[in-house]
Design a protein around this ligand. Structure first.
Ligand SMILES: [Zn+2]
Length: 682
């Protein structure tokens, strides 16, 4: 390893690229630890300086603390973004050092009595300080962050909290690393062409390509990455292989070398203990204090209210599928690995339509252009490709974003679309630099979206499924929230809103991809350039309600399971599997298969930030259904409604309570029935 000094560490030197973009080409794994050590030292010094000030003001306390760890925050955000998007073993392993180091730092800060005294002083004098509303909000948020991290506890409890947070900081990344390793460990090799029966041509070609990449010709490789897995589950006639794949994906990190059961037990215990230390009943109570929903009771009632109609509809969906198979093959049994397969066939029969027919109209480049065109029509943004900016992988594309009418620079935008072994599954949006004050001035954001889409092959470009199109619109909606942010302080910028509000900007974008007016902007055949036929659009619309009850119940079951994990007393949890078995009983229509387990790969709640927060997807669906009804009433690209959405919601970040922002936009509170209406469930 080369000798790393402060002088030649690119993470510590000023970023000299345009708009201080991250110099990915210079950064190596061995730079992170030494850079963080220096940056944290600097942050500690900045914080010590705050405590030396004679007078206590907003500027020398709240604002100074907001800015105290800028360099360290930049470095750790680069580290963790790469941890998810491009991490080899060495990069992954480093989390076991970096996470506890950051946790120790944040414990030192939030448990510092002298520092908290100063924050509380500003907070207690808010009415006398003549601050603007955003400054007041920042002060309140900081005060609450400290209180919720133990600032007011007795010394011995503070010590215990520090230990708990330290342990939790290691367990989350361990969970994620296990899931990624379990995903990569599974390979389904096929050498007999017969076993490919039923599969679409594109899936077969991609599997052949995957095999070639591993040095094998005339074979086919299927993996647990969604673009490889889903076509097999939907179309593969070979039931044995379908079952094998389904079992593999449904038992990820449940037992074996990358088992997550112990980690879950430990995390649930520690989260519970943490909440008790801070005076809350359960971890969910702790989390929900800072949510629109406010209490566990509200969340459970909200879920129950949706479970009832969803379950009724889902039962009908299942019965319809059983009847369909009975007609087809004189057998009415539906096993979990049959569900997608027969559903696809039923959908084809009902609507004369199959998902694969859509792919030719969804060439990735066209969809990207389409989503940019939406951003232009709705929010006046333009995207200029940049080719000379360093990236962390050749697949990553970069754009400068501008305001069309003022020519103002809006931010930098990265897109990273294809699966690889160094990338987590799923799709997400993230920031390399949040909008807000950095190094003394308000700066524009660097936003990124990361997905796992169908790759191009030697003969075909990347042709997306309709689901993937929606995912792109979804993540792009988050990106809009990040890019259009117009606030002063990064803690309140962009997606830094209450968690059950954060999916509104993303989910609402998906709606345009379901409307003719939206699809007409980009859905053209990749070979003939023919626009998507109107009847196919009509089929998308009608089939959107296909199995809506089933899909809804599935999401609700994840939300319910999450709430159960985080309201339980860990002493009463005998085993992870038994607990899950009971927690999913109210939402289960097909018996749980022994040997499979959802929780062990439930990255949202054990490897990500959605603990006691998975319900947010459904919660925000109510918001997005209600908000999109407004666009439907006034016109999908109505400039006034779009401007209201931009100015009242997207640009405001967390500077106000989300309900206030929503009411500013809509003129009233959201109507809970809008979602059930949209799904055809009432
Ligand atoms: Zn999202």
């Amino acid at each position: 390893m080369a000798n790393v000094t402060t002088e030649n560490n690119p993470l510590l030197n000023p970023f000299t690229l345009k708009d201080h973009a991250v110099p990915f080409d210079l950064i190596k794994t061995e730079h992170f630890m030494p850079a963080l050590e220096v940056a944290l030292q600097q942050a500690r010094k900045n914080i010590a300086d705050i405590k030396l000030q004679k007078q206590i003001t907003f500027e020398n306390t709240i604002l100074a603390l907001e800015s105290a760890s800028e360099k360290a925050d930049t470095i750790s955000s680069i580290y963790f973004n790469l941890f998810s998007a491009e991490a080899n073993e060495a990069h992954q392993a480093l989390a076991q050092q970096i996470s506890p180091m950051l946790s120790a730092f944040s414990s030192d800060v939030s448990l510092d009595a002298e520092l908290f005294y100063r924050i509380k002083f500003v907070y207690d004098h808010l009415d006398k300080l003549n601050l603007n509303p955003e400054q007041s909000r920042l002060t309140e948020k900081m005060y609450l962050d400290f209180a919720r991290n133990g600032a007011q506890l007795a010394p011995e409890k503070k010590e215990r909290l520090r230990v708990v947070d330290q342990e939790l900081s290691i367990l989350g990344p361990q969970f994620a690393e296990n899931t990624l390793k379990a995903t990569n460990a599974f390979e389904l090799w096929i050498d007999d062409k017969k076993d490919l029966a039923g599969l679409p041509e594109g899936a077969i070609e991609a599997a052949a390509q995957a095999a070639i990449q591993k040095g094998k010709r005339s074979q086919w490789l299927f993996t647990l990455n969604v673009p490889s897995l889903m076509p097999f589950l939907m179309y593969g006639d070979n039931v044995t292989l379908r079952e094998k794949l389904w079992r593999a994906t449904s038992s990820k990190s449940f037992g074996g070398e990358f088992d997550n059961q112990g980690i879950i037990q430990k995390m649930v215990e520690l989260r519970y203990e943490r909440s008790q230390l801070l005076g809350y009943n359960t971890y969910a109570d702790y989390v929900l204090e800072e949510r629109m929903a406010k209490s566990t009771e509200t969340v459970f009632n909200f879920l129950k209210r949706l479970i009832e109609p969803s379950k009724k509809a889902a039962e009908k969906d299942l019965q319809e599928l059983k009847d369909f198979r009975l007609q087809l093959e004189s057998n009415s049994e539906i096993k979990p690995w049959d569900f997608a397969y027969y559903s696809e066939k039923l959908k084809e029969k009902k609507y004369a339509f199959n998902d694969e027919e859509l792919r030719p109209y969804f060439k990735l480049e066209n969809v990207v252009e389409g989503v940019f065109e939406h951003a232009r029509r709705l929010f006046g943004l333009t995207f200029k490709p940049v080719s000379d900016l360093p990236v962390y992988h050749p697949d990553v594309k970069t754009f400068e974003v501008y305001d069309q009418s003022t020519n103002d620079y809006v931010g930098l935008f990265y897109m990273d679309f294809f699966p690889r072994e160094t990338k987590k599954g799923g799709a997400w949006m993230t920031n390399y630099r949040e909008q807000g004050t950095w190094f003394g001035r308000v700066q524009r954001p660097h936003v990124s979206i990361v997905c796992n889409f169908t790759k191009p092959t030697p003969t075909k470009p990347s042709l997306l499924t309709y689901d993937e199109v929606r995912t792109l619109f979804h993540e792009f909606g988050h990106a809009m929230h990040g890019l259009l942010s117009k606030v002063n302080y990064r803690s309140l910028a962009g997606t830094n809103v209450y968690w059950d509000f954060v999916e509104l900007p993303s989910q609402i974008m998906e709606n345009w991809a379901g409307e003719k007016e939206g699809l007409d902007l980009f859905a053209r055949h990749y070979e003939t350039n023919e626009p998507i036929p109107a009847e196919l659009v009509q089929k998308i619309k009608i089939s959107a309600k296909f199995q809506a009850g089933w899909m809804s119940l599935r999401q609700l079951s994840f939300a319910w399971l999450d709430m159960k994990w985080h309201t339980a007393n860990p002493k009463e949890i005998a085993s992870v599997d038994q607990f899950e078995h009971e927690a999913t009983a109210p939402t289960r229509l097909i018996p749980k298969e022994p040997g499979t387990n959802q929780s062990c790969s439930f990255g949202h709640i054990f490897g990500g930030g959605y603990a006691a927060g998975y319900y947010s997807y459904k919660w925000a669906e109510v918001l997005d259904a209600d908000a999109f009804e407004y666009f439907k009433e006034q016109g999908l690209f109505n400039s006034e409604v779009a401007a209201k959405f931009k100015n009242s919601i997207l640009s405001k970040g967390g500077t106000k309570h989300p309900m206030d922002l929503y009411k500013e936009f809509r003129g009233r509170e959201p109507d809970p029935n809008s979602l059930l209406r949209r799904d055809g469930l009432i």
